[in-house]
Design a protein around this ligand. Structure first.
Ligand SMILES: [Zn+2]
Length: 73
């Protein structure tokens, strides 16, 4: 299954945070935010974890805009 309703961006986040995901229910659009301070392989892991949630439709019950999940280290 291909998904193209997301954007992935890097932000300078605290070390404790792997990243987070935001969902805009109105547009059915996800923003995956990764931590630019972390390594490529750590970010890859976080990205794949969040992508898995999207593929599973884990966020579809949520009806508004906001942070769905913050992944802590
Ligand atoms: Zn999760």
């Amino acid at each position: 299954m291909m998904i193209d309703n997301y954007i992935m961006i890097y932000k300078n986040l605290p070390f404790k945070i792997n990243g987070f995901i935001m969902y805009d229910a109105e547009d059915n659009y996800y923003t995956i935010v990764l931590n630019s301070r972390l390594s490529f392989s750590e970010n890859k892991k976080t990205f794949e974890h969040e992508l898995e949630h999207i593929l599973n439709g884990d966020f579809l019950k949520i009806k508004n805009v906001g942070i769905m999940e913050a992944s802590m280290r």
